[in-house]
Design a protein around this ligand. Structure first.
Ligand code: DC
Length: 222
């Protein structure tokens, strides 16, 4: 039986993965972080040593299984949850996710994952391409400085001390790449509700989205 599909999109550092994970936990729904899936493909390609610039390099996706489960990401049966956060992966994921072949493969997996139960899926093109009929679409924004500050704090926790100006620069470059690529660029769906998270805490955003979800469920009797 198909359940409630909640689509959450937004740029790098908008908090969408953390917020989606928390909503899923609170509601006991399934969370799918699609950015983690693109990162997993990037990691695998780097490890295989293939030419990252060549779309045909990604044919390995015919036999390799990328799978997201309970906030952990697997390539075949290997847990790569930590490994996909490396700098090497972050620097190459925009390139890898720009290839139509890679997107086609992952979008297929994402659509299938949303067929059963209540799900929260976050990414860049969930409301526009993956789940155009989602029951609720949210687009999270925050100004660049705030997003960089969040990334910076995360990095410090992981022992990575990078100057804030470099973090801002990386975010600006990634925004530019993600929103100008030919294939499924980051775009706000016409029917998405925009939430600016710059001055909100994670819990405030979570509560706001749960409230919107409740309203939709009552309206549609999902
Ligand atoms: O959310 P993130 O930073 O982990 O995402 C990593 C990259 O994956 C991001 O730069 C763009 C890409 N991505 C995408 O193209 N489509 C999605 N649905 C999710 C992520």
């Amino acid at each position: 039986m198909s359940g409630f599909n909640l689509a959450i999109d937004g740029p790098a550092g908008s908090g969408k993965s953390t917020i989606s994970a928390r909503i899923a936990k609170k509601l006991n729904w399934t969370h799918i972080d699609t950015g983690a899936m693109y990162r997993a493909v990037t990691l695998k390609a780097i490890e295989l040593g293939v030419n990252l610039e060549d779309e045909s390099s990604y044919r390995f996706l015919e036999s390799v299984v990328v799978h997201y489960d309970f906030d952990k990401i697997f390539v075949d049966d290997r847990d790569v949850t930590e490994a996909i956060r490396s700098e090497d992966v972050t620097n190459n994921v925009s390139l890898v996710s720009s290839f139509p072949y890679v997107r086609k493969k992952l979008v297929e997996l994402q659509k299938n994952a949303a067929l059963h139960g209540n799900i929260v899926m976050d990414g860049r093109d969930i409301g526009t391409v993956v789940l155009p009929n989602a029951d609720l679409k949210v687009f999270l924004t925050a100004n660049v400085e705030e997003r960089a500050k969040r990334r910076y704090k995360e990095n410090i926790k992981k022992g990575k001390d990078q100057h804030i100006s470099k973090v801002i620069e990386d975010i600006v470059v990634r925004d530019q790449k993600d929103s100008t690529r030919k294939e499924s660029p980051l775009r706000i769906a016409d029917d998405a509700i925009i939430i600016d998270t710059t001055y909100l805490t994670i819990d405030e955003v979570v509560d706001k989205i749960i409230e919107l979800t409740d309203k939709k469920e009552n309206k549609h009797g999902v």
